[in-house]
Design a protein around this ligand. Structure first.
Ligand code: FAD
Length: 289
């Protein structure tokens, strides 16, 4: 069993990327073929997203298993507790074990639109930390990671409250964290300072997303709630409608962000490249030595 946690520390930066599985009714072959292209990029690990409520679950395991067992890259499987009973989680974890998947990102997930108030409010795991405690107790061999939010999670009434909750998540068993994407590094550094004040002492990978179109930035900001610095909005204003120039400028912005993070000794860089290995190849070629 290889634990991703062991990759952090001793002065090296952990480089990782996020990919997503196809929808249940879609052919999986094109996704697997695309993901194979990460092979020569050799990230420290790939993380595989999971649809809240269990949608895409079948393909998520297949994709994670392919990465781990066919390509030979370590994998971090996301798992969302919304819509999961204890029994269903147990079954899911057993399938992971059968596929040699031993690293999980424990997430609550967002409420799916089809879920009734009653279903949502009577869920077995209220927060990601509840699921992390359960996994730690029942499957101590698993390595558990958690999510953190440089801009604060949108439901938390205050930044302070979000930090207190993050500390609970770490105490529950999350041994490293991956941040929500952000475009302003100062927001990330402020979160690290606050984590120290709350004695949260686990490695944190910084989430970076290369913005390659104006439309993508709009969707990203809506989903993540992160702020857009003037330098990035200037890029959008200058290149928004030009695909090639916008892509180039977006990748260069991500590279500058990553270089600054590396100069501050960040534990890890997690690229939200979403099944675009060509973007990861370009960014890692610039920042990894
Ligand atoms: P939680 O940790 O449960 O936090 C949710 C809210 O509850 C926060 O406001 C927090 O302050 C509060 N809280 C937390 N713990 C406690 C506690 N013990 N007591 C009281 N309050 C508490 N979504 C998907 O559907 N699929 C994915 O694959 C996916 N991948 C993601 C990967 C990363 C790196 C990140 C950052 C997010 C990802 N998301 C994904 C989105 C995520 O599911 C949402 O942001 C969701 O709203 C919160 O999930 P969480 O695990 O952070 O929840």
């Amino acid at each position: 069993m290889s634990s991703i946690k062991d990759k952090y520390g001793s002065g090296r930066t952990v480089f990782s990327c996020e990919v997503f599985p196809p929808k249940k009714d879609q052919d999986i072959a094109p996704t697997l073929s695309k993901i194979s292209e990460f092979s020569d990029i050799a990230p420290d690990f790939l993380s595989v997203t999971y649809g809240a409520g269990g949608s895409n679950a079948g393909h998520a395991v297949e994709v994670a298993s392919y990465i781990r067992n066919k390509i030979g890259i370590d994998v971090l499987s996301h798992i969302t507790s919304v819509g999961f009973s204890r029994e269903k989680l147990e079954k899911g974890l057993k399938t992971f074990e059968e596929n040699s998947i031993e690293n999980v990102l424990a997430l609550r997930g967002d409420r799916p639109s089809y879920m009734t108030d009653e279903e949502y409010n009577s869920r077995d795991f209220y927060h990601a930390s509840d699921m992390a405690s359960f996994i730690k107790e029942k499957h101590p061999s698993f390595t558990i990671a958690g999510a953190c939010y440089p801009d604060k999670h949108f439901e938390a009434v205050s930044y302070e409250e979000d930090m207190i909750n993050l500390a609970k998540k770490v105490s529950a068993g999350c041994s490293f964290l991956i941040s929500q994407l952000f475009f302003d590094n100062d927001v990330f550094y402020r979160m690290l300072d606050n984590m120290k004040k709350h004695s949260i002492d686990v490695p944190v990978s910084a989430g970076i997303m290369p913005v390659t179109s104006a439309k993508m930035l709009g969707t990203t900001v809506t989903l993540s709630g992160t702020s857009v610095p003037k330098a990035l909005s200037d890029i959008i204003a200058a290149h928004g409608d030009d695909n090639e120039d916008m892509k180039r400028a977006g990748v260069e912005y991500a590279i500058r962000q990553a270089e600054d993070l590396l100069s501050h000794g960040v534990d890890g860089i997690h690229l939200y490249v979403m099944n675009k290995p060509e973007l990861a190849r370009e960014i890692f070629a610039s920042i990894r030595n």
